[in-house]
Design a protein around this ligand. Structure first.
Ligand code: CP
Ligand code: NVA
Length: 307
């Protein structure tokens, strides 16, 4: 179904394909917990290009490839120097002669698109400035595990309209989630992503709202999702961001405004005390470590289907 395909955006998969990947991921998760690791990628290699740091993405792709009988190669920013030491098309063409797939974490989204254009093997977006689709694939597995469904689940995004928010908008809209986004003025998600998500939600039975009031967004939701206010690459704008995001802290008061049913999600790494308090991040409503674990299972499902 997905063999040979790139995965650069949540919009690259149909709702049916998302469900198929989640089903495969859930199966691999159950088997792993039962001590089974089917070597479906025996002899296959994934090259992993990183222009930015990572804990979860690097470890889960590497462990995932290993558990499926394959192998992953980590290429640091110093190794490749995309576009400086060698052009992105040349890197893509060379890697395609040796490996079965490429995962890349980049600054510009254009860079993963260029890799995909020139590589003859599948390219997976491991986070770009525009999207983080692997995160949302894992998160949909987490939401499904906790809510027993995806369709109709109510999620509030509180904070920056960033890459993770973009992938949640697209992926959530496809599977029928009701998503309320609350950002400070000027930090909304990109307009074209909001419009695309709205048209997808109209078909799936989900809904999308974008506003500026965290208290209103979280009322009665199943899930509150937040992320850092300063993403990788935005460090120079830190001071103005901290000022703009005052009032968007996910703390005990916001959680109480949501209600006792609300679970808390964060893609991590967290800046504790900045966008989220320790009390909430480590509290009984937090499911952030399930999210981190599910990155492994979701990406294994994806890799098993596309490589
Ligand atoms: N959530 C996530 O992608 O974490 P890393 O930046 O550590 O990979
Ligand atoms: N929005 C964050 C996510 C990190 C996983 C960033 O891009 O830095």
């Amino acid at each position: 179904m997905l063999s040979g395909r790139d995965f650069l955006s949540m919009d690259d998969l149909t709702a049916e394909e998302i469900r198929a990947v989640l089903e495969r991921s859930g199966d691999l998760k159950r088997r792993l917990h039962a001590g089974e690791s089917p070597p479906v990628l025996a002899g296959k290699t994934l090259a992993m290009i990183f222009e930015k740091p990572s804990l979860r993405t690097r470890v889960t792709f590497e462990v995932g490839m290993r558990q499926l009988g394959g192998h992953a190669i980590y290429l640091s920013p110093q190794d490749i120097q995309l576009g400086t030491r060698e052009s992105t098309p040349d890197v893509a063409r060379n890697l395609s002669r040796w490996v079965n797939g490429v995962m890349a974490r980049t600054f510009a989204h254009r860079t993963v698109q260029d890799l995909a254009e020139y590589a003859t093997v599948p390219v997976i977006n491991g986070l770009s400035d525009r999207e983080h689709p692997c995160q949302i694939l894992g998160d949909l597995l987490t939401i499904q595990d906790h809510a027993r469904r995806l369709n109709g689940v109510r999620v509030a995004w509180v904070g920056d309209g960033n890459n993770v928010c973009h992938s949640l908008l697209l992926g959530g809209a496809k599977v029928g989630i009701h998503l309320a986004v609350a950002t400070p003025p000027g930090y909304e998600p990109a307009n074209e992503i909001i419009s695309r998500a709205r048209s997808l939600a109209a078909k799936s039975g989900g809904s999308i709202s974008v506003g500026h009031d965290p208290n209103e967004a979280v009322r009665g939701v199943d899930i509150i999702y937040t992320d850092v206010w300063v993403s990788m690459g935005q460090e120079a704008t830190r001071a103005e961001r901290l000022k703009a995001f005052a009032g968007f802290l996910v703390d005990g008061a916001l959680l109480r405004a949501a209600g006792p049913q609300a679970k808390v999600m964060h893609c991590l790494p967290a800046h504790r005390g900045e966008e989220i308090t320790d009390e909430v991040l480590d509290g009984p409503q937090s499911i952030v470590l399930d999210q981190a674990e599910n990155r492994l299972h979701a990406q294994k499902g994806l890799l098993a289907m596309i490589l």
